[in-house]
Ligand binder design. Structure first.
Ligand code: GRG
Length: 296
């Protein structure tokens, strides 16, 4: 099956479940639910749900098992985007090709839409009935790992350091911290959670963690490159935002060509780390290649 068809299959399934699990815009408070839906269904790539499903299938699981988890992850990701776009953070007007949540619904509704998406994600994860056949202790472990990945020592921590470092002297170690936390932790959690819910062994989880760390960093480098070179059509947001906000990025420290080389190296490392899965790693390999293809 071609990769695009594979992606569409997962997106369709995830979007259908996301629609069912998100309160309708006719439910009170209507504005809040409309704002949540505006950002959720604005056309994201659904990269993290795709990662969760691919990891699940790489260890022999059925994709239906992980769809509620994949949806919860996408809700968490969407909350980070809504909050990141706020005037107090990146102050962006466009996201996913449409006006940002605060531009359309105002700042208060956007903050609350982000809060509500984060909370809803954990409500879904804590509902063991949504994961038939999976042990409660596995679900609990996945919920705990996901919370750890997005809290103050994960995504939120990465965002904090990113904000603190804006306009300061470039420094590679800090840049790596920002990227591995701001973007990488949720990507790793998506992959580990997808595999764990499918019953992965510890050595499989370790290999997938290495894979996730490498593609997570490659993904962020590509995002940096697209901010320099991309167009609104390609990225769905206004390019040049990092420069405007004096953000530390790979191209700003090592230049465009070296950044590209590093992304390729990380992709190779990701592919090597899942060789133990044999043929069932082919989609993981495709995904790693898809990540860097966006930067070329
Ligand atoms: C905790 C407020 C808060 C923020 C967390 C994730 C994040 C920090 C900010 C997002 C800003 C950003 C552009 C990060 C770079 C990498 C990234 C997460 C890009 C957006 O993800 P995609 O490309 O987007 O998967 P779509 O819209 O396709 O889901």
């Amino acid at each position: 099956m071609p990769l695009t068809q594979y992606f569409t299959g997962i997106r369709t399934l995830a979007d259908k479940t996301m629609d069912e699990l998100t309160p309708s815009a006719s439910v009170n408070p209507k504005l809040l639910h409309e704002a949540m839906r505006h950002s959720l269904f604005a056309g994201g790539k659904r990269f993290r749900p795709i990662l969760a499903v691919t990891a699940c299938e790489a260890v022999g699981g059925k994709r239906e098992i992980v769809i509620p988890f994949a949806v919860a992850i996408e809700m968490i990701h969407t909350y980070t985007l809504i909050h990141d776009d706020l005037p107090a953070m990146d102050d962006d007007d466009f996201r996913r090709g449409v006006p940002t949540c605060h531009k359309k619904y105002g700042e208060a509704a956007a903050i609350l839409a982000g809060d509500a998406l984060l909370t809803l994600a954990f409500e879904i994860l804590a509902d063991t009935a949504r994961f038939p056949g999976v042990k409660a202790e596995t679900i609990l472990r996945v919920a705990r790992e996901t919370a750890g990945a997005v809290g103050s020592t994960g995504t939120v921590g990465g965002q904090m350091v990113d904000i603190e470092m804006a306009g300061k002297e470039p420094d590679m170690a800090t840049l790596e911290y920002i990227h591995t936390h701001k973007t990488g932790k949720l990507i790793v959690a998506s992959i580990r959670g997808g595999a764990a819910l499918a019953g992965a062994e510890e050595d499989q989880l370790s290999a997938l963690t290495e894979y996730g760390r490498s593609i997570g960093l490659a993904f962020q480098i590509v995002d940096d490159l697209l901010d320099v070179e991309g167009s609104r059509e390609k990225t769905g947001k206004t390019p040049g935002s990092d420069l405007k906000n004096k953000k530390l990025t790979y191209p700003s420290i090592m230049g465009v060509e070296e950044s590209r080389k590093l992304a390729v190296k990380l992709t190779d490392r990701a592919i090597k780390s899942v060789e133990m899965f044999g043929e069932s790693s082919s989609r993981l390999r495709d995904l790693a290649e898809y990540v860097i293809a966006r930067a070329f």
